[in-house]
Design a protein around this ligand. Sequence first.
Ligand code: ZN
Length: 81
Amino acid sequence: MKQCISCGMPMRKKEDFANQDMTKDYCVYCVKEDGSMNTFSEMVDGTAKFLIQTQGLSEEAAREAAVYQLKQLPHWKNAEE
Ligand SMILES: [Zn+2]
């Protein structure tokens, strides 16, 4: 099973992959409609929002956690905020 290099989501079926292309290393949620990948700050925003909703973190704590989580993933290892 593949895992998205950008958000870590497990990708099992065609619909999980960007452009429904199973050779891709990233998922449908990590690309924009024009096919370009989300930037690091867009990923931090999205992840932070998710953490605030699901875990009730403060904005600041959520952003810190989001940056930490994303940096565990191969695509963002050396990313700058
Ligand atoms: Zn992804």
